[in-house]
Design a protein around this ligand. Structure first.
Ligand code: SF4
Length: 210
């Protein structure tokens, strides 16, 4: 609650369609969102934020369009591979994807080349609205410092912990993750700035680990 009071609703993820959100999740790998957003805008201006139209473009043609996202040849391949998978498996229709059993769908997505757990879970949560927690580095850092998880807890352990301890609600996971990112960027940095951190208010008595 303290995070919500301080930062307000985060309204993640920016995107006009599920497909655009999924492409954004791939483009923002290892780069700031502002760079990915430029690549999204370039795709939009060419009317390529549509799976059928994008799949018709070669990886070589796609790469320079998304240059601003960094490692653009690799990301062009990843966006293309994901798009082909989406078309072959679901005809590009998200309503069909949303009806799939979650565990097997997640495994399938993890088999798409270039998609790791964080990207897959961002697609599942933010594009597909499925109840999966994105246990990224910001989330792990805050949760570990408050000893909800061990200092060496990895991605899957953290994801399982949160999913086991919160209601299985995509809106809740969405907001919680976005707020953890907000506090991670503003206060819970490599060197924590606890003094003015809103989390400190909610966790009186649970001393953060340093
Ligand atoms: S109180 Fe300190 S350790 Fe806890 S989230 Fe804030 S900055 Fe991080």
């Amino acid at each position: 609650m303290a995070l919500l009071r301080r930062y307000g609703p985060q309204r993640w993820w920016p995107g006009r369609s599920a497909y655009e959100i999924a492409v954004g999740a791939i483009l923002t790998q290892h780069t700031a969102w502002t760079n990915a957003a430029l690549a999204i805008a370039a795709l939009r201006s060419r009317r390529l934020l549509d799976p059928t139209r994008l799949a018709a473009v070669s990886v070589d043609e796609l790469a320079p369009i998304i240059r601003s996202a960094g490692t653009y040849r690799l990301k062009a391949r990843r966006v293309h591979d994901f798009t082909v998978w989406l078309l072959e498996r679901f005809g590009g229709r998200w309503e069909r994807l949303r009806r799939e059993p979650l565990a097997s769908l997640r495994r399938e997505l993890l088999d798409v080349p270039g998609l790791g757990p964080e990207t897959v879970d961002a697609i599942l949560l933010y594009a597909a609205g499925r109840p999966v927690f994105v246990a990224d580095a910001y989330a792990r850092r805050v949760l570990a410092r408050h000893r909800f998880i061990g200092p060496r807890a990895g991605y899957e352990e953290t994801r399982a912990f949160v999913e086991a301890h919160l209601p299985s609600d995509p809106a809740l996971f969405n907001e919680f993750h976005a707020l953890l990112v907000a506090v991670g960027k503003s206060h819970c940095r490599t060197a924590p700035r606890c003094e003015a951190c809103p989390v400190r208010v909610d966790l009186r008595g649970r001393r953060p680990a340093t």
